[in-house]
Design a protein around this ligand. Structure first.
Ligand code: FES
Length: 338
């Protein structure tokens, strides 16, 4: 296949060797697609067409299948990304704490909008969703490293130092921010040995844990599992086969026949029902109908054995006949559908 010819021979060989290491981690090759896409970004700075071709070739997928996955996640870029992705959290809490203002000020300063990259290729600006760092709002992420409690001026200072090529340290985490390609390689599963650098969770995030330890609070014990009653275990086992019944779900399509229910309108033709009662109670039934005084019979008949018919009080004494009439007309409507 010529899918990988877009890469020069040396690069293609190197990427294939990396791909082999990634694929080896999974029982099925296609499961390696996500890290493979990060690998492509570590090389090209985005999910390039040649990278998609490489993934498809290595994982025996179609380019369409690879693209379908790549376009689903925001971490996969469809066009060349900047050296640093600066993501401003504009989710609810950060937004009200200043996130919206930070984004607007950065956009004005850099001259780009959401998902756009500065002309020098250094910064790609993004609005991002909650980074689970709300206790340090408003938060700005640079290649997924935290910059807590930012201000417009502070965020502008960060991007200017990055553009100047300085090593910039995030508030928490690694000692310095890595480039988009470097981080992408780590996300592909190739450690840079820096995962344990710096502080992970800040004291504010750990405040609940500190209080719990100080007060001696502990999580309630989980209720002990009910003693396995001799017969109780069996029904449990019976549940398993139920799972096997899933194929029954396949029968649901049969339920599709519900359109028959649509035939209910046919029931409207209840007049036909009048004909049925004749079946149950020969001719007298129709004659008795006029003797409306039977409302008494409703109260009495409902409890006995016509609880369902009670739903059709219109013809108290002929409630039994109605269901039959409905049965007759259903076939009629089926035919109509056809
Ligand atoms: S809302 Fe911004 S980190 Fe949660």
């Amino acid at each position: 296949m010529t899918a990988t010819t877009a890469y020069d021979a040396a690069t293609a060989a190197r990427l294939r060797a990396d791909a082999d290491r990634i694929v080896a981690r999974y029982p099925q090759a296609r499961s390696a697609l996500l890290p493979m896409l990060h690998l492509v970004q570590s090389e090209d700075g985005y999910v390039s067409p040649r990278g998609i071709a490489l993934c498809a070739d290595v994982l025996e997928l179609t380019a369409a299948e690879v693209s379908a996955v790549a376009t689903f996640y925001s971490q996969y870029k469809r066009h060349p990304n900047g050296t640093y992705t600066v993501g401003v959290c504009t989710n609810t809490l950060c937004a009200v704490m200043g996130g919206d203002e930070i984004f607007e000020r950065l956009a004005d300063h850099l001259g780009v909008g959401h998902d756009e990259t500065t002309s020098d290729g250094a910064i790609t600006l993004e609005r991002v969703e909650c980074n689970a760092a709300c206790d340090y709002a408003p938060v700005v992420m640079v290649n997924w490293e935290f910059f807590d409690e930012q201000t417009p001026a502070g965020a502008i200072d960060v991007v200017e130092r990055l553009r100047a090529g300085e090593d910039v340290a995030p508030t928490r985490g690694a000692a310095k921010v890595c480039t988009f390609k470097e981080v992408s390689r780590v996300l592909a599963g190739f450690s840079d040995g820096r995962a344990d650098e710096g502080v992970g969770a800040g004291p504010r995030t750990l405040e609940g844990l500190r209080l719990a330890r100080e007060k001696g609070w502990t999580a309630p014990e989980l209720p002990a599992p009910a003693p396995p009653a001799p017969g109780a275990t069996k029904p449990a086992a019976a549940t398993k086969p139920a799972a096997a019944t899933k194929p029954a779900a396949v029968a649901k399509p049969a339920a599709v026949a519900k359109p028959a229910a649509v035939a209910k309108p046919a029931a409207v033709a209840k007049p036909a029902a009048v004909a049925k009662p004749a079946g149950e109670q020969p001719a007298p039934a129709p004659a008795k109908a006029p003797r409306a005084p039977r409302p008494r019979a409703e109260a009495g008949s409902v409890p006995p054995g016509k609880p369902q018919s009670g739903a059709e009080p219109k013809q108290p004494g002929k409630a039994d006949a109605k269901p039959r009439s409905a049965t007759r007309k259903r076939p009629t409507t089926d035919g109509e559908k056809d």
